[in-house]
Design a protein. Structure first.
Length: 313
């Protein structure tokens, strides 16, 4: 069996991630940091295994669909450096868009939610895959084929950026140099993404570059005064292997069933998580506005109190 340079590169990168994971596990154990638990880690591995099986099942169809669309490419980039730079940038932007859809449309959130269901945050959390994503991910990357990028190169670029995305699932690294924090997704940025705090919901969607979030309004810095709580706003009571994948589909089905009108049923499917026809639950943006209003009011009251104190003095 002959291995290509791409095979060796990807294999080496995956091996690097596994070694780092084992090191993080060891450090967590000897220092009793409790970053890992057996049940949570095995759940992460289980979800990764299911995603790998689906990925393998979809691999041929994904490849041929990209190759088919490549025939209708609008242009061809001949300079190899320009080719790879544009491919990585375009692929990373399309991932940001795919990821954002997974947070802002509840049907897709029902699939993506598995990745956020852990109350722990470590390198194995990156393996806690959105197991059904391979069924629809290719449609978000079709523009790359029309831009003149081959199927093999698109898949290779995705693997490389995915590995980078795995590496930022860690609490072992604090904030990095400001210029790096400004341009790239860092562990600090991604800790925010996995938080269930109202301030942090639906933020920092990027895989490699955080610039997309800064430019399109989905960026949030990690703040020391708002300590991160990992997981979902409402954790599933049953964390068994089947329910961890399907619990949000079940909740969505129940909400659609109780919706009084046909349009409300459609809204439950297509509107962001948290939307409800009777206002009993709120979407993240509404809760974040309420939080800002409360903080602004508190700040205003503090200023008024300080002014009053100065007058009395």
């Amino acid at each position: 069996m002959k291995f290509t340079g791409s095979d060796i590169s990807v294999g080496g990168l995956f091996g690097f991630v596994i070694v780092l994971t084992l090191v993080e596990m060891y450090i967590s154990y000897i220092h009793d940091k409790k970053i890992y638990t057996k049940r949570d880690t095995w759940t992460n591995i289980y979800l990764m295994t299911v995603a790998v099986v689906i990925n393998l099942g979809m691999k041929t169809a994904t490849f041929f669909l990209l190759e088919y669309c490549y025939q209708f490419r609008l242009f061809q980039i001949t300079n190899i450096w320009v080719y790879w730079i544009i491919l990585i940038l375009a692929q990373d932007f399309l991932y940001w868009f795919l990821h954002t859809v997974g947070h802002y449309i509840r049907f897709f959130w029902a699939m993506h939610v598995t990745h956020h269901s852990s109350e722990h945050f470590n390198l194995t959390t990156g393996f806690r895959s959105t197991v059904f994503e391979p069924l629809y991910r290719v449609f978000f990357y079709l523009p790359l084929a029309f831009m003149g990028f081959t199927a093999m190169d698109i898949l290779f670029a995705y693997l490389v950026t995915q590995i980078y995305g795995n590496l930022v699932h860690t609490q072992a690294v604090g904030k990095l140099h400001p210029w790096f924090e400004y341009i790239f997704v860092t562990p600090s940025h991604h800790r925010v993404h996995h938080a269930s705090n109202v301030r942090y919901l639906d933020k920092n969607m990027g895989m490699v570059l955080i610039l997309w979030d800064r430019w399109f309004g989905t960026f949030q810095e990690e703040l020391p005064e708002d300590a991160i709580k990992y997981g979902l706003t409402t954790q599933p009571k049953d964390t068994g292997p089947v329910n961890i994948i399907f619990h949000e589909f079940i909740a969505l089905k129940n909400d659609v069933k109780k919706a009084p009108t046909f349009m409300d049923k459609i809204k439950y499917i297509l509107y962001p998580p948290g939307w409800s026809h009777d206002g009993s639950t709120q979407i993240a943006k509404v809760m974040q506005k309420q939080l800002r209003d409360e903080e602004n009011l508190k700040d205003s009251e503090t200023v008024q109190s300080e002014k009053q104190g100065l007058k009395q003095a």
